[in-house]
Write a protein that binds this ligand. Structure first.
Ligand code: TXA
Ligand code: MG
Length: 324
């Protein structure tokens, strides 16, 4: 029987070891400021194939390539519009993924056969160090989807990663032990192939921040493209989600701290700010399932910016079972 995957506390040495393992074709789950990623050498077809197997994800769903700086962008993408460079300069390293026309380096096994590629420079220091070490070894980029099984809640801590995919990892693979993800929801995805920007997935780089750089396409025109981010059954807990209703005995509740917990209700999260709402949200969904709750009430946070990205994740989590 093979040894289990390593759990590495993050020192310069363990990060370097993880980079060596990536270069040798192993998988490394690592923290980012958004959620934990399951990384593989983006130029290694067999390693990337294992990412799909571990996630149980259909191979036509493209992966995001993570690089350490804007300097690597031209390796992976061509015909990059000026406004995409401006976005990268403004918001990288950070929670933003750019969809661009792919170069020859971005194989079908990364892009799901599309002629575009998703690229991100994360700002988590462990992620950045890992990517820099990987590049020092001659690596070009790390393909990393969120480190959850397909359709499940994204992990925001090492124990979430272990719970999601631990049993599918093999000897030589590892999980880098960072802390809780700072932001807690996935990166903003921007399609940068047209005259104007299309927001495929909202996130902590907000619509307001994006529009300060370049024009965003009307949401009406881009409604068909949003499908790319919503094709999969996303972020779904087992509990049925009820939105903006009064919680009753036996149900779970996720709501801002100023909303009281009725008697007999399991309070899963009571954030004091929208930032806290985002960072606790996936953990709270996970807790609901671990408690075996059947129903879960979520009071949506008000406001624009990150609050609207959080509402997007709430709606996705509710899936087809939404009760308003
Ligand atoms: O915050 C994040 O983006 C995290 C961390 C680990 O970086 N990653 C992440 O990856 O959320 P994943 O694979 O769980 O979600 C990526 C989304 C998918 O919905 C995928 O369809 C979309 O990005 N995507 C990736 N490449 C694309 C492309 N070329 N065109 C359109 N959508 C793309
Ligand atoms: Mg995901």
């Amino acid at each position: 029987m093979s040894n289990p995957p390593k759990h590495s506390n993050c020192t310069a040495d363990t990060i370097r070891e993880a980079a060596v393992a990536l270069k040798a074709g192993h998988l490394v789950a690592f923290p980012t400021e958004t959620v934990y990623g399951l990384g593989a050498d983006a130029s290694n077809r067999d390693a990337v194939k294992r990412v799909y197997e571990v996630k149980g994800r259909p191979t036509d769903h493209p992966l995001i390539v993570h690089i350490s700086s804007i300097n690597q962008l031209c390796n992976w993408a061509i015909d990059i519009p000026d406004y995409a460079i401006s976005l990268a300069k403004a918001f990288w390293p950070g929670p933003m993924t750019l969809i661009l026309k792919r170069s020859n380096l971005a194989g079908d096994f990364i892009t799901g056969g599309q002629n575009s590629v998703g690229i991100r420079v994360p700002r988590d220091p462990i992620a950045l160090e890992l990517l820099m070490q990987f590049e020092t070894l001659g690596g070009q980029g790390v393909a990393a989807p969120s480190a959850n099984r397909f359709g499940q809640v994204s992990p925001t801590s090492p124990s979430d990663v272990e719970e999601e995919i631990g049993e599918y990892l093999k000897e030589g693979d590892s999980i880098l032990l960072g802390g809780y993800s700072e932001i807690g929801i996935e990166s903003t995805i921007l399609d940068c192939r047209g005259e104007s920007i299309r927001i495929l997935r909202p996130g902590a780089v907000t619509t307001e921040m994006v529009s300060s750089i370049h024009r965003i396409e009307d949401s009406l025109n881009s409604s068909d493209l949003r499908v790319s981010g919503t094709l999969e059954k996303h972020y779904a807990p087992l509990a049925r989600i009820l939105i903006n209703q009064k919680a009753v005995k036996g149900q779970g509740l996720i709501a801002m701290s100023n909303i009281e917990t009725p008697n007999g209700v399991f309070r899963l999260s009571a954030p004091h700010s929208v930032e806290e709402f985002a960072s606790e949200f996936y953990g709270a969904l996970r807790k609901a399932d671990n408690l075996g709750l059947v129903e879960l009430v979520i009071q949506t946070p008000d406001g624009e910016g990150l609050a609207s990205a959080v509402r997007d994740r709430i709606l996705r989590a509710a899936g087809g079972r939404l009760e308003l």
